[in-house]
Ligand binder design. Sequence first.
Ligand SMILES: [Zn+2]
Ligand SMILES: [Zn+2]
Length: 240
Amino acid sequence: MLASELAEKQRQFNCALEKYNGGSGYHLFDMLVASANVSLQAWLLWRSWQLSIGIAGHLAALLIAWVLADFVNGLVHMYMDNNDRYESIGGPFIANFHLHHKTPLYKEKFLPMVYFVESGSKVWLVPFLAATALLAMSGQANPLLLCTLVYAGTLSSVAEVSHYLCHTSRAPLAIFLGNCGILLSKRHHAGHHLQDNINYAFLSGLTDPLLNLIARRFSRGYKQHTDLLNATWQVDGESR
Ligand SMILES: [Zn+2]
Ligand SMILES: [Zn+2]
């Protein structure tokens, strides 16, 4: 990238983030997205627990959903880390997302609050959960498929909590779950921040070998791209 292009992109990044931080509109939008996601998840979970697929069916759906949510959220992360359209309508949200490389530490919060707040960044999840709700209301869906979709949609928010715990918590249970591969392990996820274009998964990291293959083929990475674009932004403190 030429120096003039880089300076222009850095200006666009700073403008977009000033917009995000400047008015309450963007934060209000995040709150609306979080409310839509969490209420749809709650309703769908209530509906899916009434389906007669037995404990084994629910466990199978949960297992498939754990893998699916890890992969899909990793793909979205890869797309977002490469997206530099700061002047688009979603530009302020993209710029805010890119701060996770500059200030990976979170401000410590009560875990249900982390779940709610971080669900507000998942705009794509609203149409996914709404479509799943329509499927549930139709009464035509295969119950195992429906349960899998509901669990995957809910675990997409759990993935944000897993990322938060990975960066912020020293609780023995969180470390144990990370080391078991149920949640994201600190050692595994450190690769995303220390190296380039790898380990995009947020929930457990299980699908990172596949995501890394896709990244190598389709993504240009972030160390020499979007990470350079936020270089002139002055961060306020060490956590976000
Ligand atoms: Zn990232
Ligand atoms: Zn991280």
